[in-house]
Unconditional design. Structure first.
Lengths: 203, 203
């Protein structure tokens, strides 16, 4: 297997953190999005969609989409379990993982993509859209803070892929969006510090 | 189990179509989004997020997120298989399912939410954002048309959850976004007609 990876973007980091939690190492090839290497003919010949991360299997099959890659890894290396031990727990963890993507990552990414100077070349920026998304992201952060007052982790009382999605999202986007996670969000602060102590947090 | 459902919105339809393919019936309670019933104190007492669809298990557990609900149903009723028979196929189908969500459903929903009069009360509409999303949706439709020239279905040669996501998306959004699926997208037309003959298409 070969993992196409980028050192900066939060989505490839989700896969690296997942692998680190599993203690699994996969050979990696770095494809620097910031240099446009994901758009190069060489990369597109291997991964037509040009997306990063991508996992190339030994038979040449390409798997894109970080969650699909993580699920494949989970099936090959079931322990430590990160996506659920039975049908009900898998559904609950997937629900929370998706909430972190659709309700937290997307509005934050919307603010970033539509305001940050580095995204101007890649995105038809609509600053008014970012202005509308920012309060939604802030409201969702307040909800996450309330949830983390009740549970130690995003999907309940143990670390799962939902924490990885939320952690990589909150380690990257807020500071680029002018959003500060401060004492008004004490439970997110506690949770970020807690996740930050895991060795996978440096992945 | 009890399924909270809405007759109009495309996301609850994904679950209905999935259940119809499985031949599984679950008691349903209709919660009409158009009347704001999902925001009522009664519904929020049962489903705090107010999202539709939601599956209430017999122990009171609430599972939201259509794909999480579908995966739970898939595990309870494995046949006919709609999400993959082994780790590799499950990863490939999840990749395509997510592509249909993030690359097709999201830009189309962006156009709809930011232009349609019915959404004005629910969304801080930014028409310029819709203008920017529309060509992205059209470009992604052209890509889907090219892909469907090679395979009979979205994730390969058999019907899967990726077809359900794409079909419910394309049955709902384009006409509300001023996008016509005509002879310029012949493979999508053929695929839509094919999926439309399935009994689950009326779910």
């Amino acid at each position: 297997m070969l993992l196409y990876d980028d050192a900066i973007a939060p989505t490839p980091r989700r896969v690296r953190m997942f692998l680190a939690e599993k203690g699994v190492e996969i050979p990696r090839r770095m494809v620097t999005i910031g240099k446009g290497e994901h758009l190069s003919p060489d990369y597109r010949a291997r991964v037509p969609s040009g997306r990063i991360p991508a996992l190339e299997l030994d038979d040449g099959t390409i798997i894109c989409e970080s969650v699909a890659i993580c699920r494949y890894i989970e099936e090959l290396h079931p322990e430590p379990n990160l996506m659920g031990r039975d049908a009900k727990e898998r559904a609950i963890i997937e629900m929370w993982q998706r909430r972190m993507e659709f309700e937290l990552l997307l509005p934050l990414a919307g603010v970033f993509r539509h305001t940050h100077p580095k995204m101007a070349a890649l995105e038809c920026q609509v600053p008014a859209y970012a202005e509308a998304q920012k309060p939604q992201a802030e409201k969702r952060l307040e909800q996450l803070d309330r949830d983390l007052a009740v549970t130690n982790h995003v999907a309940g009382d143990r670390f799962t892929i939902a924490d990885i999605t939320a952690f990589t999202t909150l380690s990257f986007f807020p500071r680029l969006c002018g959003i500060v996670i401060d004492g008004k969000l004490p439970n997110i602060q506690r949770w970020l510090a807690d996740i930050g102590t895991r060795s996978s947090a440096s992945a």
